[in-house]
Ligand binder design. Sequence first.
Ligand SMILES: [Cu+2]
Length: 291
Amino acid sequence: MKGCMSAGPPAFAGLNRGVTPLASAGCCWGGSHRWEWRPLWIAGAAALIAVAPDSLRAGGPSKGLLPDIRTVVPQHLNVMNEHQREILRFSNGIANTGDGPWRMRPLFPVSGAGTQDAVQEILDASGNLVQEKVVSQYEFHEQHNHWHIGNIALFEVRAGSPTGPVVGGNSIKVTFCLIDWYKLDDNSKTPERTYFDCSGTYQGISVGWVDQYHQATEGQQLDITALPAGTYYLMSTANPDGTFLEKSTTNNTAWVSFQLSRPSNGNAKIEVTGHSSCDTPGMCGEQSPNR
Ligand SMILES: [Cu+2]
């Protein structure tokens, strides 16, 4: 636990969130760094008191600043043989390119393990809470030993084209602990990391930041056992059900195409052949750390 906390920002030295239960035990950012977001929480609590609960729940038109949740072109594709299965592994990054943070909290203070409602908060430019809505669930993730939020992304492998048939039953909804992992581009709008705690309090992605789950993390995988040679598309879609509040849900998918071959030994080999269009080096994955 102590060794965990010593690996603080900004270097991320030795921290590989959730790679093994051991590495992730009780950590992500937390403990000694928790004070860094307390001012925000106090601001949020003050706003809660200042705004009538009914107007908060009503939703409706708001002057709040919405996030825009998008997927960075997946990186680090590789095939591993694990327990007689062929597993496609990859790193997945979710960026916020919107006007405000993607800001989540549990409905009640969490204790122990379990599941409960996850509330998204929309703030205005002054940091006042102007809208809040239950949009997902906080779920304790046993393998990662910390709190995840449900329905964050959808992973699929499709044959032939981005709209081709899903192969191998490979359509997997994933849960994540949302944190600011790295800056999308060098000129990120939010200079400082705000969200770095998976312990079941506030989670989110600041404007101009990316939450990446590395390819070695448990869950960053699709089973491609016995897929015949051919062209396939790894599809990754953030906010797949459109339940999280954001500016646009039409820009949430990124893909990587790859050629799967089976040389003489029969083992699957993949070669990346293309990717979805991306409008900045960051969205193309160029800042994506391989750790
Ligand atoms: Cu996790």
